[in-house]
Design a protein around this ligand. Structure first.
Ligand code: 5GP
Length: 113
């Protein structure tokens, strides 16, 4: 089923895009939890981590490579950043199209809430 993020990928819903390649789109989160909060999304539809398999798992590497590039572009590679992927209800997932949260620009707490 097409999610909100598919609509953003297809440019049916606007978003502030910060990075794109053949496999991945990254855009600013509409409710940022840090000065930089970017959602890194695979262009193929995978609802949750539970739907990963040996065929599609390569996309996870693509998400991390995109995170590395976004960190460079934002100038936070050395100072640091966090990437997080939520899964289902207890994990706090609300959009069922796999995505990596990229958070930077402040000192992030641990453990998270
Ligand atoms: P999740 O809770 O599934 O891990 O993350 C979904 C994220 O999508 C949330 O951080 C939320 O703020 C963001 N989000 C929800 N709707 C929109 C939208 O229409 N545009 C953008 N750019 N982000 C959205």
């Amino acid at each position: 089923m097409a999610t909100l993020f598919t609509k953003i990928i297809q440019r049916e819903i606007p978003a502030k895009i910060v990075y794109e390649n053949e496999k991945v789109l990254a855009f600013q989160d509409i409710h940022p939890q840090a000065p930089h909060h970017v959602l890194i999304v695979p262009k193929i539809e995978i609802p949750t981590i539970n739907d990963l398999n040996s065929e599609n798992v390569g996309v996870i590497g693509e998400l991390f490579l995109a995170a590395k590039e976004i960190a460079k572009t934002l100038g936070v590679s050395e100072q640091g950043y966090r990437v997080v992927m939520n899964c289902n209800e207890d994990g706090g997932q609300t959009v069922f199209h796999l995505h990596l949260h990229f958070l930077a620009g402040r000192s992030l707490h641990w453990p998270p809430g």
